[in-house]
Write a protein of this length. Structure first.
Lengths: 391, 159
């Protein structure tokens, strides 16, 4: 750690005590190396659809470069309301139940800050996206991890949740399809979780950024289940299904009281999401089925390929049903996940992310993103085969 | 469309075992289906997509709009077939609106193409008129950009 110790002592204790993302450390090493094949990238390898990019340029020329309403352009919120109803099965009023944000990351931060008092507990499942634990801590909440396992497809069960419930539990966070495991929840799975949330009067925050990307079964959103919409903040965005990561555009849908509280933080800290990003999103929604359908087909084929390749190598891998990650077990090679990943990187120049970046229970696993070309995946598998033969 | 065809359209050289793996099907099944497409003439060939502008070759391409008289039995098909059989004609389409056939014709130079139009195409029975445009530069062909450099702007590892 750089910097003088006296300044470090003056940092907020919450911030000081949170470690940097494990992915960040790994990234710093990878960037010093050449000819690396990366299965470590958590974003689509597709370009943003051209009609979206082209219309963003047009929006810039036309001068859509000013502040927008705090909630986002009303026209966009109307389009979002229609899309969410059609795709996820929840109805929201564009006027006061939808907030456009700077990616889902901001929306998640707003939701937690709007809900938590110091000491409130948040149930979330691990392995999970790298920011969840930190974001809960920044909001002065207490993160309570529920470990999911490959034996039941990294799904969440009611029994697992009951075991971690306390009188301080206030919020339940969900992320299916899941980064890093590729797990999804069936409607029956979700009904159990929904009953749990209702019975214990929990607020649900559901991050469904990968909702469009499922391969063998359609995605079910918890907001489509009875009695959940009124206690749920639904988060979604344009990064994954439209390959628009750099636009930083997400949104939250929820009951007006909750959206209003989130908007209060948003208006004082962010003011509004980028006007151009919002214009791009509007164009993306104009023809989602074509763009997304093509990508889903391609991801499905690559998923099949990588899962088959792992099986050939004798590497156990739960079959990912959504997102674009495989989460194979490397435990049988006798190395901790981080060491396995570092050794693979140094010896064969293949980057994967150690499972521990996604929570302690990710030990023994690595995340392999198949959001890269088939040629890259093929070459990575050749190198991996060579590597494990030497272990 | 069958995903096998989609994969082959993207890369006709994709090994059959890879296609089998991508689609989670046995390799024998992939072989059988491709053989079937070939036999039925759905797959009519496999070609390389070249950026010919970067090859030092003598070649010009003309795009020719042709107005024709449809024949009493066979409509446009007879005359279209007659025209398509010339090896100079690389592609031929029946069109709606102001003309009937659109041809892509290749020759070594302008004179050769002009000769084809004036001596072979225009005098054919049923051809009413032709309008010839010469192609200057190819930007995109068969869905492939001809001048794009590959680049991946993404960070090498991200959450």
């Amino acid at each position: 750690m750089n910097g003088s110790p006296s300044l470090r002592n003056r940092l907020s204790l919450v911030v000081r005590d949170i470690p940097r993302s494990g992915i960040r450390d790994f990234f710093d090493i990878v960037t010093t190396m050449k000819d690396v094949i990366s299965l470590g990238i958590g974003e689509p390898d597709f370009d943003t659809p051209w009609h979206v990019r082209e219309s963003t340029v047009f929006a810039l020329e036309r001068g859509a470069t000013h502040y927008t309403s705090n909630l986002g352009y009303l026209e966009l919120r109307r389009a979002l309301a229609a899309y969410v109803e059609k795709t996820f099965g929840g109805r929201y009023k564009p006027e006061d139940e939808i907030l456009v944000t700077v990616g889902v990351s901001e929306a998640l931060d707003l939701a937690l800050r709007a809900l938590l008092n110091p000491g409130d507990e948040v149930l979330y499942h691990e392995p999970c996206y790298v920011s969840y634990r930190a974001t809960i801590l920044f909001a002065h909440g207490v993160p309570v991890a529920v470990e999911t396992r490959p034996e039941n497809g990294f799904r969440l069960t009611r029994a697992m949740l009951e075991a971690k419930l306390t009188p301080r539990t206030k919020v339940l966070m969900l992320n299916f399809p899941n980064n890093p495991t590729g797990a999804i929840m069936s409607r029956a799975d979700l009904e159990d979780v929904a009953a749990f949330a209702r019975e214990h009067d929990l607020i649900v925050i559901t991050d469904e950024i990968y909702g469009e990307l499922t391969y063998d079964a359609p995605h079910t959103s918890i907001i489509s289940l009875p009695g959940l919409r009124e206690r749920t903040i639904f988060l979604h965005g344009f990064s994954k299904a439209w390959a628009m990561t750099g636009f930083r555009l997400g949104y939250a849908c929820g009951p007006a009281e909750l959206i209003d509280a989130m908007m209060k933080i948003h208006q004082y800290t962010m003011l509004c999401a980028s006007s151009l990003g919002q214009k791009a999103a509007l164009e993306a929604l104009a023809r989602p089925a074509v763009d997304v359908g093509e990508m889903v087909g391609e991801y499905r084929r690559r998923r099949n390929f990588i899962v088959g390749a792992f099986a050939d190598l004798g590497i156990e891998c739960h079959r990912p049903l959504g997102a674009f990650y495989a989460f194979p077990s490397v435990a049988r090679f006798g190395l901790p996940a981080k060491e396995f990943a570092l050794k693979l990187l140094h010896e064969e120049r293949v980057a994967v992310v150690p499972g521990t970046a996604f929570g302690a229970c990710g030990e023994g696993f690595v995340r392999c993103a198949y959001a890269t070309s088939l040629d890259n995946i093929k070459e990575a598998m050749v190198r991996l085969k060579r590597f494990i033969a030497r272990l | 469309m069958d995903e096998i065809l989609k994969i082959l359209q993207g890369n006709a050289l994709e090994p059959r075992e890879t296609i089998a793996r991508l689609l989670d099907l046995p390799a024998a099944e992939i072989n059988r289906r491709i053989a079937d497409y070939e036999q039925r003439g759905v797959i009519r060939g496999y070609q390389a997509i070249l950026n010919e502008d970067d090859l030092d070759i003598d070649k010009v391409t003309a795009v020719i709009e042709v107005k024709v008289t449809p024949q009493r039995e066979g409509g446009f098909d007879l005359i279209a077939d007659r025209i398509s059989r010339f090896p100079e004609v690389r592609s031929a389409y029946l069109m709606s609106a102001t003309y009937d056939l659109l041809l892509f014709v290749e020759g070594r130079n302008l004179r050769e193409v002009a000769g084809f139009v004036s001596e072979r195409l225009a005098p054919l029975d049923g051809v009413i008129s032709t309008s010839t445009h010469f192609m200057l530069k190819t930007y995109k062909r068969l869905g492939v950009l001809m001048h794009e450099k590959c680049s991946d702007e993404r960070l090498t590892v991200s959450p």
